[in-house]
Design a protein around this ligand. Structure first.
Ligand code: NDP
Length: 412
């Protein structure tokens, strides 16, 4: 028996919930809790409308509030909390897990709301507490981070004695037919993309201006796409866990139109994350105004398309993988492992587009690894610190099959 509490009811959570009910032999009880209970109820209805029968509980919770989380945990008594809310809530949920004896899994590392900065140190600092409590915390179990780390672990286990060069390449060659939209939470997405680039070389971190370094990379079934060097959180854990790595980089594709919009958004000040004061008319129709504080990026999120609504018209596919160079039996080899995911197929199955799908499926598989006792060890771990093999087997079964190319031209 496994009792799962999923927090969040957005795009990624929707896919994970569909996948959980498809694996009812592993997951016997599920509760979905989020800031708005009606969103959880709508998600359960969409699952039942597709013919799945699992009885799913729902609840309202503000995951910024540890006391509310504790009350919910003590009531439902989950074995595992799957955090599919936002990175801001990672630490409060981990605190509640420790207080109530609940294991933990997430897909994105902690970010403070008032600083567009992400790193693992905040969550790694919980390692000893989770160890002492005999609880497992699995960090970053989406696609990237997530499958990118598992691919690397698989390459290290089966194909290399020494990984020396790692490039994670992430292409979204989809078209949602909107002038501008982000594929996951707009606030988190724009914060990530507008940060300075960062990569690892010979023991040092090298910073670049945002999106300043780019080159064409050829993606399977897609062709060449302009790909931009960005900082991405899994680089931090991968270079720590694979100390033979000499260089680690992360690349993501962006279309020119997307970048033009992003430029305008930044120049208008709409990507700011500090509070500004604004004289706003009251919504009661009285004609009176009040001085309010707004965060421009949060306001922008409210007017941008909801990533959850992009699926119906989304064409094309994503292609995400790892390009690795290293040594096996004293000889240099290259290895490319990747998955391509079609937006329309993801939509037909779950009502969500491919980016939510490629994140929600691995989150479910991580939960499955925990429930089956395969990924269970007290402490706080990144995904590459577990055995990749059973996870890789499930990727093929659960809709994200992978492909390998040996000793080809990595282009990088
Ligand atoms: P959404 O914005 O669609 O969903 C987030 C959900 O969390 C919403 O239901 C939201 O509620 C809820 N939520 C927000 N704040 C709180 C709170 N304080 N208490 C309770 N619930 C809250 O985001 P996505 O589904 O697109 O992304 C989910 C997570 O996945 C993010 O952390 C994102 O960074 C991560 N991600 C990871 C990827 C990877 O490959 N590793 C790729 C893509 C995303 P409401 O609906 O009311 O706003």
């Amino acid at each position: 028996m496994s009792r799962i509490l999923m927090i969040g009811a957005g795009g990624v959570a929707t896919v994970a919930a569909f996948k959980i009910v498809q694996n009812a032999d592993v997951f016997t009880e599920l509760m979905i809790a989020s800031r708005r209970k009606e969103k959880c109820d709508a998600l359960v209805k969409s699952i039942h409308d597709k013919g799945y029968k699992m009885d799913i509980k729902t609840a309202q919770v503000d995951a910024d509030d540890v006391e509310q989380l504790k009350a919910l945990f003590n009531d439902f008594k989950p074995e595992l909390a799957v955090n599919l809310a936002l990175p801001y809530q990672d630490l409060t949920i981990m605190d509640a897990c420790l207080a109530c004896g609940v294991n933990y899994l997430d897909t994105a590392n902690y970010e403070p709301k008032d600083e567009a900065h992400f790193e693992y140190s905040w969550q790694w600092a919980y390692k000893e507490k989770f160890e002492k409590a005999g609880l497992t915390a699995i960090l970053g179990c989406g696609f990237d981070p997530g499958v990118s780390g598992i691919y690397t672990a698989y390459a290290a286990k089966h194909h290399f004695d020494e990984i020396q060069y790692l490039d994670i390449v992430d292409c979204n060659a989809g078209n949602h037919h909107k002038a501008f939209a982000t594929n996951f939470n707009p606030e988190i997405n724009i914060r990530e993309i507008t940060q300075k680039g960062l990569y690892y070389k010979d023991g040092e971190w090298i910073e670049t201006e945002p999106l300043a370094v780019h080159q064409d990379i050829t993606y399977p079934n897609i062709g060449p796409r302009d790909s931009y060097l960005m900082h991405h959180e899994e680089l931090e854990s991968l270079v720590k866990n694979y100390p033979t790595i000499k260089q680690a980089r992360f690349w993501m594709t962006f279309g020119q139109q997307y970048l033009n919009y992003l430029d305008v958004i930044q120049n208008l000040g709409m990507s700011r994350i500090d509070e500004i004061e604004y004289e706003a008319p009251l919504a009661d129709g009285s004609g009176k105004t009040a001085r309010v504080k707004i965060v421009p990026l949060q306001f922008l999120k409210a007017v941008l398309p909801n990533p959850q609504d992009l699926g119906a018209n989304y064409e094309g596919e994503t292609s995400i993988g790892c390009r690795i160079r290293g040594l096996k039996d004293g000889k240099e080899h290259t290895y490319y492992i990747y998955n391509n995911c079609k937006h329309q197929e993801a939509y037909q199955e779950t009502g969500m587009q491919g980016v939510s799908y490629t994140t929600g499926v691995p989150a479910m598989i991580g939960a499955m690894m925990f429930c089956k006792g395969l990924w269970r060890k007290p402490g706080v771990w990144n995904v590459e610190e577990f055995d990749p093999d059973p996870f890789m087997e499930q990727l093929n079964k659960q809709g994200l099959p992978w492909h390998e190319e040996f000793d080809g031209d990595l282009e990088l």
